[in-house]
Design a protein around this ligand. Sequence first.
Ligand SMILES: Nc1nc2c(c(=O)[nH]1)N=C([C@H](O)[C@@H](O)CO)CN2
Length: 119
Amino acid sequence: MDIVFIQGLKIDTVIGIYDWERKIRQDIVLDIEMSANVKAASKTDHIDQALNYKAVSKYLIDFVQNSEFQLVETLAEKITQIVLKEFEVTWVKLTLNKGEVLTGAHGVGVIIERERSNG
Ligand SMILES: Nc1nc2c(c(=O)[nH]1)N=C([C@H](O)[C@@H](O)CO)CN2
């Protein structure tokens, strides 16, 4: 399986379970790996046969910036659902890092893998 990836995509959003978090915007950072047919794209050398990572990132930036979830789990699930539904992707792995919100830790977040279900 070939993979197209996006690393370190920083997006600001409202996220968190505490009152103070509902009043501010925080950056999250996404690393995304997506199944893709790299061979087909390389044969034609045309973007129409490729999984356009620019288009994926544009879609996700718009969605995340306008979202207001409490949990990183919920946001991560929604992001993987979007990737599987809106793009030619059958498998996706997402790392969502909320950054230095936990004293003593460099980062916190979730890593999830999802597959498109048949039908
Ligand atoms: N499993 C999770 N644990 C926590 C979350 C979360 O989204 N998933 N969120 C918080 C707070 O919002 C925290 O990030 C702010 O300090 C705590 N635990």
